[in-house]
Design a protein around this ligand. Structure first.
Ligand code: SF4
Length: 340
């Protein structure tokens, strides 16, 4: 199997070890951030303004996200003006819509604080990100070994292309999304379990056949598999969905996954299957539109639009998806018996 950027197989033949490593490292990150100050105050700020509550664990993830994105895209002055510029750049790039919206809430929160306190908080977030950068490479680096060579090999050819910023994202951003997906799955789990209807959204790059040869038919929210190939994993998952009572849709592009229509909150639970870099933004987007999300990572990237000239058929760990779809509230998304 050709690895373009990341692969959950690492140097093995399945993604079993990845899920153990991701759970263990997420625990370590959460412990490291357990005494993060200012989270309660930020929670009160959100509640006082009637903004959607995400929960303390997500706010900690956001502090880490601010630090990571600052180190990759920001400048060396840790003040409010630099924070505003960073958010502006992220917005203008077109790749960080959800992240920049969340960071704007933090910016407004910090705006009411004395300058020294702002600088202290920002430098703490950046320090945390420094630790995360190093430690995530030690723990998750085996799964992102090809990111740097992809960046080096494609920088020139992607210049001026719409894909540039997305495809050039750094290893630490992959690791942030890996940990972010674990945290979001835990935090949003109980709300997902309580929804009346469940759906699974699969990316188009999982289809075994080409666009022309695939028999899937377009429906309101995406394409529905017609089962033309027994070896296609989309077919397997669609059949599971029919037996177990959830809809499975193929989504042509991450940005169109949820449409723009707001759902009545708590009604629909979704499992979004996506390439690592789309996980955090996908989770926020789903929440924004009233869905209760969970996510599963594609085992590796391979779509023709971003990563590969002819496209590699992508796949997921079926057992992982099945675990998330166990509607037993005692079942944890971190539990898994086997993962392929
Ligand atoms: S099995 Fe379904 S998704 Fe796969 S190629 Fe056929 S119609 Fe398309």
């Amino acid at each position: 199997m050709e690895t373009v950027t990341y692969s959950l197989y690492g140097d093995g033949s399945d993604s079993h070890r990845y899920y153990d490593d991701a759970v263990a490292f997420t625990e370590e990150v959460m412990n490291k951030m357990s005494e993060e100050d200012g989270i309660e105050e930020f929670s009160r700020y959100v509640a006082d303004r009637n903004l959607k509550s995400m929960g303390a664990e997500i706010y900690k993830l956001e502090l880490l996200m601010i630090g990571v994105l600052w180190r990759v895209y920001g400048n060396i002055e840790y003040n409010l003006d630099s924070f505003r510029k960073l958010i502006g750049w992220l917005q203008a790039s077109g790749e960080f819509e959800q992240e920049s919206q969340r960071m704007t809430i933090w910016y407004d929160f910090l705006k009411g604080k004395p300058r020294r306190e702002v600088e202290h908080r920002l430098s703490k977030a950046i320090k945390l990100a420094e630790w995360f950068d190093k430690r995530s490479e030690e723990t998750l680096g085996r799964y992102t070994l090809h990111v740097n060579s992809f960046i080096d090999g494609n920088r020139e050819s992607l210049k001026g292309k719409e894909n540039l910023i997305f495809c050039m994202r750094e290893r630490v951003e992959y690791h942030l999304n890996m940990v972010g997906a674990e945290i979001m799955n835990r935090v949003f789990r109980s709300a997902f379990l309580e929804t009346k209807e469940k759906k699974v959204f699969l990316p188009i790059c999982m289809r075994l056949k080409s666009n022309e040869a695939c028999s899937a038919v377009p429906m309101e929210q995406g394409l529905v598999c017609r089962g033309c190939s027994k070896d296609c994993q989309v077919n397997t998952i669609t059949t599971m969905g029919k037996e177990q009572g959830y809809k499975v849709l193929i989504i042509p592009h991450a940005s169109t996954a949820f449409g723009q229509q707001h759902m009545a909150e708590g009604e629909v639970g979704i499992i979004g299957v996506a390439c690592v870099l789309n996980l955090i933004s996908g989770g926020y987007k789903a929440k924004e539109l009233g869905y209760e999300p969970q996510c599963v990572l594609l085992n590796y990237a391979g779509c023709i639009k971003h990563w590969h000239q002819t496209g590699i058929v992508t796949s997921l760990a079926l057992e992982r998806l099945q675990n998330l779809l166990q509607f037993d509230p005692a079942g944890s998304p971190s539990d898994h018996t086997s993962t392929s």
